[in-house]
Design a binder for this molecule. Structure first.
Ligand SMILES: C[S@@+](CC[C@H](N)C(=O)[O-])C[C@H]1O[C@@H](n2cnc3c(N)ncnc32)[C@H](O)[C@@H]1O
Length: 348
């Protein structure tokens, strides 16, 4: 018997075939993450804890708690030693509410946009958009979670990028007035105001969002140097005489008339002022970057507005209204590849 099996050819596994099996369990891994967040299980696993102890503490089913915790360990969220489970370091960093870079709320909310309705994909391809199920949350709770998620991503990657970009502008030492357009909780605008010590700043966003942003401004102690304006940036005047206007991932809401939006931004700047904009730039005929394309699949099938710009689309709209010069570069973030534009208002 041994002699016979020894003579068999080696089984060759194509890594691409293995990838297909991995893909089949990928949604389970995502759902383990979302369930851990929903039940706030990670909040209880900063220190080692057994399944029985956790189930007792949280009023859960003991056997299914153990099964879930084993899966969360297999899925790369926890470590298990003897009978005890504990969060891995990145879970403590990004998935605990007390963390300044808590991403859990934003990830949990993305579920509606990225994952809910996956089982209707085939039907929507056959028949077209099906009615969406709106998330069931109050408006205030929605703004709160949105700002919390945006605050985490701003702290993690956008504020340092904004400061670095602004420091490339000649005369940045003299910035007096800065606008954070569509800035959510406003951490980017506040970081810029802190960097350029003589500057004052304004956050312009929807009224519910600036209400929420007020808490962040207070906690930074910047009330005297950083104001808010609530309104609709597609129609309302954001003020005048800015040296720097920063906008990131928000101009899709103005894409129905991009030229008018760019004109409003140009008018709001001082002569010689700069508009710095960060956004996705789709390439390869709408098939790249993959994270951006895949995350928008379900909302696009549901017929919701296209949230992406084509590479170079915003720079063209800037040039059309008179920004000159316009410098563009690509920026890699943990999420996707972005385009960053520095667009100058010509001196009078
Ligand atoms: C994806 S978030 C980006 C936030 C922030 N710029 C960042 O990069 O973290 C889009 C922001 O645009 C704001 N926004 C969308 N439409 C708007 C409108 N018509 N007027 C004012 N703000 C708007 C939203 O409230 C939200 O804060």
């Amino acid at each position: 018997m041994t002699g016979k099996t020894a003579g068999l050819p080696e089984l060759g596994f194509d890594p691409k075939a293995a990838e297909l099996f991995e893909l089949m369990v990928a949604p389970v891994r995502s759902w383990v993450l979302l369930t851990g967040l929903e039940l706030e299980i990670f909040e209880h696993l900063e220190s080692p804890c057994s399944a029985r102890e956790l189930a007792g503490r949280m009023g859960l089913h003991p056997l299914n708690t153990r099964i879930f915790l084993d899966a969360a360990t297999a899925g790369g969220f926890l470590r298990k030693e003897d009978e005890n489970y504990q969060n891995l370091a990145f879970v403590n960093q990004y998935l605990l509410r007390k963390s300044p870079v808590f991403l859990g709320g934003m990830l949990y909310n993305s579920r509606y946009y990225w994952l809910d309705g996956l089982d209707q994909m085939a039907e929507q391809i056959k028949k077209g958009p099906l009615p969406a199920q709106e998330p069931k949350v109050t408006e205030d709770a929605m703004w709160q979670t949105m700002c919390q998620g945006l605050a985490a991503s701003q702290r993690m990657m956008i504020t340092s990028l904004a400061i670095e970009a602004a420091r490339q502008v000649p005369g940045h030492e003299n910035f007096q007035k800065i606008l954070d357009l569509g800035g959510g909780p406003g951490l980017v605008g506040m970081a810029l105001v802190k960097e350029f010590k003589q500057a004052k700043g304004v956050l312009f966003d929807q009224p519910g969002v600036v209400r929420e942003a007020g808490k962040y401004i207070k906690s930074e102690g910047l009330e005297a140097r950083f104001n808010t304006m609530g309104g609709d940036f597609t129609s309302d005047d954001p003020g005048r005489d800015y040296d720097l206007i920063w906008a990131s991932s928000c101009l899709y809401f103005a894409r129905h008339d991009l030229k008018a939006m760019m004109k409003r931004i140009l008018e709001a700047l001082k002569p010689g002022g700069v508009f710095i904009n960060l956004h996705e730039g789709m390439e390869k005929q709408g098939t790249s970057p993959s994270a951006a394309v895949l995350s928008m699949l379900l909302t696009s099938l549901r017929g919701e507005p296209d949230m992406m710009f084509q590479k170079g689309e915003l720079a063209r709209a800037m040039a059309e209204v008179g920004f000159d010069p316009i410098q563009t570069r690509q920026v890699k973030t943990p999420w996707s590849v972005f385009e960053l534009e520095l667009a100058f208002k010509p001196e009078a």
